[in-house]
Design a protein around this ligand. Structure first.
Ligand code: ASP
Ligand code: MG
Length: 399
């Protein structure tokens, strides 16, 4: 039996966008293979292939059957695995491409947002023992009826982590950015790259709008303690390590500012604090699959109660339908974003919230909503104030 250590290397769509890039990925895999590790590679569809497939489906139908969508979308990754395997073969290396169903990547739940049930590690180990470089299609699996499923957009990260967890390997996610930053470098060019983060901080960041890594994959990595590394696909600059401890030095109280745009704020006016009605509103929204974020409830005046919540702006139509049916008095606030400041040490360091409140008031920046978790504070702020607040927070917290 081959007792080598192993690693799962995941390459996203931009890293395998054309044959030349696929060849470059093959060279990087070979370098790792030469160092004696067992290698499983998980890849996404080439470039913007998945978007193209969705457009194609929408030309046929505006509401395509989700089982058929999975059948269609899973083809994208299948193209990449075969080409990458061919590239490795052409360079004289043993490689084999495998689809989700070939490794018994079992999923449960709904089509297009399936969840991972289990993976047959023996199938992978058999090929690794025979010294193959194993290349697995990300994003796809099969359900208990044998239908092809997909894990939701960006799901290849989750595929890679799930395979790493099954094999007891670490997982390296290669992408087109150099790692995880204090703030999205597209928003703030002097953002600093973070060397070490905890699972909890990374999960908070990914869930609150940082786009480098899919939140579900971080959750899974945390659960199974899979060491994660996020780096540039050329692997010539140091990326970000994600582990249980994160950065052990008590440096800044804030490690990151994440921004989630396209938020819809909904304000509903009620004449009484009718708990049953409020419950009914959220049950009906839930039935329509509307994901609710920050909820607050205030007594506005003697006879007016305000129930507010946020959701993503693509839910605008369905929210108004639900609220109209209940004959409620409501309004929408649009063009707002959620700005979150995140940091592990907020758990033990007091005063971060008050500092942010002070900054907002000193700079006359209004916020519509605020919510907190143990390691983050989020404010819903008008889009026209985002650039300003980002600049101020970066300065204040030395990000
Ligand atoms: N190809 C899929 C997508 O574009 C999965 C992935 O890239 O992670 O969403
Ligand atoms: Mg991705």
């Amino acid at each position: 039996m081959n007792q080598n250590k192993g690693v799962v290397l995941k390459y996203g769509g931009s890293s395998v966008a054309d044959p030349q890039k696929i060849n470059q990925v093959a060279d990087r895999i070979i370098k790792r293979k030469e160092s004696g590790e067992n290698i499983v590679t998980v890849v996404s569809a080439m470039g913007k292939t998945t978007n193209g497939l969705i457009d194609l489906a929408n030309e046929i139908s505006l509401n395509p059957n989700k089982r058929e969508m999975d059948m269609l979308l899973s083809t994208g990754e299948q193209i990449t695995i075969s080409l990458l395997s061919m590239a490795l073969n052409a360079k004289g290396y043993k490689a084999i491409s495998l689809t989700g169903w070939q490794i018994e990547f079992l999923t449960f739940g709904h089509h297009m947002k399936s969840k991972v049930q289990s993976i047959n590690g023996d199938i992978l180990r058999k090929y690794l023992d025979e010294d193959y470089i194993v290349i697995v299609a990300g994003f796809q699996g099969i359900d208990e009826t044998g239908d092809i499923t997909t894990l939701g957009r960006g799901g290849s990260d989750t595929s890679a982590v799930a395979i790493a967890a099954t094999l007891g390997y670490s997982c390296e996610i290669y992408t087109d950015v150099k790692g995880i930053y204090t703030i999205d470098p597209r928003m703030y060019k002097d953002a600093r790259k973070l060397d070490n983060l905890s699972y909890e901080e990374t999960l908070e960041m990914a869930s609150l709008g940082a786009k480098v890594i899919e939140p579900r994959s971080v959750e899974l990595a945390w659960k199974y303690k899979v060491p994660l590394y996020v780096a540039l696909n050329t692997n010539d600059v140091k990326g970000t390590h994600i582990s249980e401890e994160g950065d052990k030095m008590e440096r800044n109280s804030i490690t990151n500012v994440s921004i989630m745009d396209k938020i819809l704020l909904v304000n509903i006016s009620l004449v009484t604090n009718d708990v049953e009605l409020i419950n009914d509103i959220f049950v009906k929204l839930g039935n329509e699959n509307v994901n609710i974020d920050i909820i607050s409830q205030n007594k506005f005046s003697k006879d007016k109660f305000l129930v507010s919540f946020t959701t993503t702006s693509d839910n605008k139509y369905i929210v108004s339908e639900v609220l109209d049916k209940l004959e409620l008095d409501y309004d929408f606030i649009e063009n707002v974003s959620k700005v979150s400041v995140i940091g592990n040490s907020m758990r033990t360091q007091a005063g971060v919230a008050s500092r942010v409140f002070e900054i907002l008031s000193q700079n006359c920046i209004e916020f519509h909503q605020v919510s907190t978790s143990e390691i983050s504070i989020s404010y819903v702020i008008d889009d026209y104030n985002i650039e300003k607040i980002v600049g101020i927070l970066v300065n204040e917290f030395e990000l």
